[in-house]
Design a binder for this molecule. Structure first.
Ligand SMILES: [Ca+2]
Length: 176
């Protein structure tokens, strides 16, 4: 049994002692002891005691659109095409507003943190064939084949946003 089980109030006392990071070193390393400057995040050299400032998920997410932005983008596709629409991108598990995949928020986080499309497939436990289909959509967009998006029912008014979003992922290594 840990000391925290015996003395639950200690948890509170410990929390009290964690001071705010100074403004010039605003990023707090896990554990709370060390604060570092933002410029040392994802610069290739570990600065936190456990190297968290170079964590692959953290550094991938830093290059991607914010999770909230991705979530609202997915949400807008669902609103415009119905709850089963994202099946056309992510396969059968995406039916019913991505329920089986954990919901819009989970998928948005996975898109933001997964370095590659294979990591994304593993995180969400997608079927191999679904990952390959998704890859083919990304490849088509990368090659400027807008017909692929139109065949998926993307409306003309949505093409710009969808293209922008997919390209942003591709430019940050999603197909590597
Ligand atoms: Ca660093």
């Amino acid at each position: 049994m840990s000391i925290h089980n015996l003395f639950p109030f200690l948890e509170f006392l410990v929390a009290e002692q964690v001071k705010e990071c100074e403004a010039y070193i605003p990023f707090r390393c896990p554990g709370g002891e060390v604060c570092i400057s933002i410029q040392y995040l994802c610069d290739g050299a570990p600065d936190c005691p456990d190297g968290y400032d170079e964590n692959a998920k953290l550094c991938t997410a830093a290059k991607r659109p914010p999770v909230e932005e991705t979530a609202s983008f997915l949400q807008s596709l669902l609103a415009s095409h119905g709850p089963n629409y994202l099946e056309k991108l992510f396969g059968g598990k995406a039916r019913n507003a991505l329920k089986q995949l954990g919901g819009v928020e989970e998928v948005a986080v996975a898109l933001s943190e997964s370095q590659t499309i294979d990591d994304f497939g593993n995180t969400l436990k997608l079927m191999k064939s679904d990952v390959e289909h998704l890859r083919s959509v990304f490849m088509a967009v990368e090659n400027g084949d807008i017909g692929m998006l139109k065949s998926l029912g993307i409306k003309d008014s949505e093409l710009g946003d969808v293209k922008f979003f997919l390209e942003k992922l591709v430019n940050t290594g999603f197909l590597d």
